[in-house]
Design a binder for this molecule. Structure first.
Ligand SMILES: [Fe+2]
Length: 91
């Protein structure tokens, strides 16, 4: 949020706006709360979508905004670690 303000943007504060501006649509959780396979599958989908988003942001800012680029790379690395941990659960 701090970086958005530094760049002159306005952070989205209203929860109702979050889904509209999200890079990924909202997914309902599995109907059966104990369906671990479905939970893991959904988690992997979300982690991979995050990796994709931050990869695109990194590519977009690489030559013009090194601070945002670095932030995007750091978050992407974190999401990749999350994805690996969750993937390990299904192997
Ligand atoms: Fe994550």
């Amino acid at each position: 949020m701090g970086r958005i303000i530094q760049l002159g943007g306005v952070p989205v504060a209203r929860p109702a706006e979050w889904e509209k501006r999200s890079f990924l649509p909202y997914y309902e959780p599995p109907r059966r709360g104990n369906d671990l396979k479905a939970l893991i599958k959904d988690s992997l989908k979300l982690e991979r979508a995050s990796i994709d988003f931050f990869q695109k942001l990194a590519l977009k800012t690489r030559d013009s905004d090194l601070i945002t680029y670095r932030m995007a790379m750091d978050v992407m690395a974190e999401e990749a670690r999350d994805e690996q941990r969750i993937s390990a659960l299904v192997e």
